[in-house]
Design a binder for this molecule. Structure first.
Ligand SMILES: [Zn+2]
Ligand SMILES: [Zn+2]
Length: 177
């Protein structure tokens, strides 16, 4: 959802709360694709700070569907995002924490705030690099592809240590001499 900020920017002391929706989407982060959704509408509070600058505050819970990094089964997790950013519409920069430093952001263009993109950018800062369906997920068999959480297979799981293979080669060469 996009919000035009012109009304807020043109009225000093403006303080408005807007009901917003997040459009379900497929996000890509470091080559991994996943679905992000949000069932309920949420409030976005917009406040005039100074000329060309507003603050945006929101509190939302998004649901993320990724794959277990061991067995590849879908894993759904909820992430609560609570943010308060200061946005400069003239430079397209925002201050996202207490540091007071402004960085270029992609969710602001001209006088328009792209709420979906703001939420995605915030989500990327809290998303763990990988998820597991459960702490002790057994993964999939490297030989037959069976999900070892559901079934046991008879494959030989022995994977020779590559470092030992080097020794094996040297040993064989010595024998040949
Ligand atoms: Zn798993
Ligand atoms: Zn197997």
């Amino acid at each position: 959802m996009k919000i035009n900020l012109y009304d807020i920017l043109s009225v000093p002391a403006a303080d408005r709360t807007v009901e917003a929706f997040f459009e379900d989407q497929e996000a890509v982060l470091q080559g991994e694709r996943f679905k992000v959704s949000c069932e309920h509408p949420f409030s976005v509070r917009l406040k005039y700070v100074q000329k060309n600058e507003i603050s945006v505050q929101l509190d939302v819970t998004v649901s993320v569907e990724r794959c277990c990094s061991r067995c590849l089964e879908p894993v759904r997790r909820a992430y609560g995002l609570n943010l308060l950013h200061k946005i400069r519409t003239d430079t397209g920069m925002a201050c996202t924490d207490e540091s007071g430093e402004y960085d270029e952001v992609s969710y602001i263009e001209d006088c328009t705030l792209d709420v979906d993109m703001l939420i995605l950018e915030e989500l990327y800062t809290v998303l763990p690099p990988a998820v597991l369906c459960k702490e002790d997920c057994k993964g999939i068999c490297k030989v037959c592809g069976a999900n070892l959480n559901r079934q046991q297979c008879d494959c030989d799981q022995f994977v020779p240590d590559p470092r030992m293979a080097v020794f094996g080669d040297i040993f064989n060469q010595l024998k040949e001499v």
